[in-house]
Structures are given as C-alpha cells and as structure tokens.
Design a protein around this ligand. Structure first.
Ligand code: SF4
Length: 338
C-alpha cells in the first residue's frame, strides 16, 4: 500500500494483540486472527512484522474525506439537515460478496491514500463548519487506533463523533471507544449466524455492539441492506425487527435497496420486496425508512401525525421541530436530537 505522495506506508504498533509462539493473536474483532510473521489478518491492515509484533498499515492513511449530509450516513433522527465531515481509510473485517465499497475494503492498490494526523479531523471540521465528524466508508473499527486518537482530540473540541460500522469488535476494545461515540449507524446484515458466516461476520458480536451503544446512550440507527439470495428470508427479518424492538431506546431501522456489486450479480432488490419488509418492520418498530430509492420519506409526530421531517434521498426538505426538540405543531416530544 502506498500513499498518494508516494511515501512508504505508515506503520505503527497496534493495540489488542499478544504473541502466541511464533505468531501473534489479534484480539480486536471476533475473528481473533492468528497471524504468522509477514502476514496480515483478515482485515488486510493489521500485519505481523517479525520480531516487532502486530503493526498497522493504515494508521493516519485516509482514502476518502468529504462533507456529507448527515442523512447520507444514514442518520435521520440526529442533527437533521446538518453536514458531517466524513472520513475513512482502507480495510474491512468482513467480506460481503455484494460490498458497495469493495475497493476500500480490499485495500485495492488503485485507491489513493493521503496522510493525515489525528488532529486533522477536528481541525477540518472547524475549518469547514461541520458540527460533527463521521468515521465511515471503509470499516472504521479496523482503523481503531487512529479513530481513538482522533476521538480524544475531537472531544477536547466538543465535536461529536459518528461511527458508521459493521459492528464487528470484541467487547473490551468496544468499551474503550463507546464513551466517544455520540451517534452510530450499525449494519445489521442478517439475523442468522449462517448468513453472517457467508459474509465473514459474527452476528452475536454485532448484536452486542448495538446493545452496548444503545445502553450507553449513544444515538443508534441500524441499516439492513436487503440483498436477494443472501438475507431476504422474511421470517428471520421479522425476528430481527422484534429483537430491535426489545432494545431501549428502540433504534431507527433503515431498509436499504441493494444494487449489484463485487461478486454478487443478481438484479437489484425489487421495490415490492422493500415495501414488504417495511410492512413487517412497521408491525414491530415505530421508525422504519427505505433507503437507496427515489422518492420522499417523512418522520411524523406520533401524537398529532403532522410531518416533523421530510427528506428526499439525502436532502432535508422540511423540518417542523422547535428549538427544544418538540413537534412545532403540538409541542409533543419527538425522537429527534437536534
Ligand atoms: S481486526 Fe483484523 S487482524 Fe484483528 S482479528 Fe479482526 S480481522 Fe483479524
């Protein structure tokens, strides 16, 4: 991996590992990879350097940096209508055959990397006037050490942090970062261990991450990408929705439309299937939104039924919430954080 300036890759010691004989064991995510000298773990960015231990190849290496609408993360009930400085690197702990960002996930040599320091997210957010910073695009938990260093500095500047993640992390490292995360969108890609196995993930770990963040008071929204042939079993989706409904507070659910990518070439999710899954979710959850489709979506006041928020794709078109976060029509509390 080379950065855009052509300099040598950035290598720094990783956290959460130990020696096991000649090998090292990474304990950051549920894969707990046992890594021989000279090899990388499944995420491709944590490397066993012989005689030194586990090193990172992506510390301070940004592949993408942009100011996005917060609705694009997607977060629909948190700071609606604001922009968020969004950044990511390369590497991913899963291998979804339909990945929409597979060049970043696979650390493709065609991805240009730019060197940044942990101070830069806060500095750039202030410079561009974005009220929050999101770690997103690739899997940010494989950027754990850079994420944590940046989060400390963002907290000093009182800039809230958003995590957009597959939720694949072990309990102890998760505890370290939870206090820094103000809002999160976590992918819940299926609700059976077998479907997660196909994608190279661990359902129990992802459920634990969602539960832990919710319990800690982080604003949590969940994205389910409906992929024909992978996770389109309505029965297990209904179980997923029931499980989400058992959390406190109940998270927002986004049901997103899949389009062919990477190795998965079946046609895009039929719109009727999205509507069917929306219906199933609505029987159990108060806040369900379709994603990756044209058309408008609304958040309505649960008391008076009037429109609180109206958006088209990632653009907020209407906001009827007062400065105290109440419905502008009937002054009832809303689920939206301003
Ligand atoms: S973070 Fe990477 S190296 Fe560590 S256990 Fe997970 S996939 Fe393996």
């Amino acid at each position: 991996m080379k950065n855009a300036e052509g300099s040598k890759e950035t290598v720094r010691e990783a956290e959460w590992w130990r020696f096991e004989g000649e090998d090292v064991r990474c304990m950051l995510c549920p894969h707990v990879c046992l890594i021989s000298p000279g090899k990388a773990g499944r995420c491709g960015v944590r490397i066993h350097v012989k005689g030194e231990g586990l090193r990172l190849s992506n510390y301070g290496m940004a592949a993408s940096l942009a100011a996005d609408p917060i609705e694009k993360k997607p977060l629909y009930h948190w700071k609606p209508g604001t922009s968020v400085l969004s950044l990511g690197s390369v590497g991913c702990s899963m291998h979804c055959p339909f990945c929409q960002n597979w060049q970043l996930a696979e650390c493709s040599p065609f991805v240009s990397l730019h060197r940044i320091d942990p101070e830069d997210p806060a500095r750039l957010a202030v410079q561009h006037g974005t009220p929050s910073v999101a770690f997103t695009y690739n899997e940010p938990l494989t950027w754990f050490e850079f994420l944590k260093d940046s989060c400390r500095l963002l907290r000093e500047e009182k800039i809230p942090v958003v995590l957009v993640s597959n939720g694949m992390i072990n309990a102890a490292p998760l505890e370290e970062i939870v206090p820094y995360i103000a809002a999160a969108n976590i992918d819940l890609k299926a609700f059976t261990p077998d479907a997660y196995r196909v994608m190279g993930g661990d359902l129990d770990a992802v459920k634990r991450t969602i539960r832990t963040l919710s319990a800690a008071g982080t604003h949590v929204e969940v994205t389910f990408l409906l992929v024909p042939g992978i996770n389109d079993d309505a029965f297990s989706f209904a179980e997923m929705a029931s499980w989400l409904a058992s959390l406190h507070p109940v998270p927002v659910l986004h049901i997103s439309r899949y389009f062919p990518n990477r190795e998965w070439r079946v046609p895009a999710t039929p719109l009727e299937r999205i509507k069917e899954f929306e219906r199933i979710a609505h029987e159990r959850l108060p806040w369900v939104y379709p994603g990756n489709i044209d058309g408008e979506s609304c958040t309505r006041c649960l008391e008076c039924g009037r429109v609180l928020l109206r958006r088209r794709r990632n653009t907020l078109l209407e906001k009827n919430i007062d400065e105290k976060g109440r419905c502008a029509f009937c002054e009832s509390p809303t689920p939206v954080t301003l």
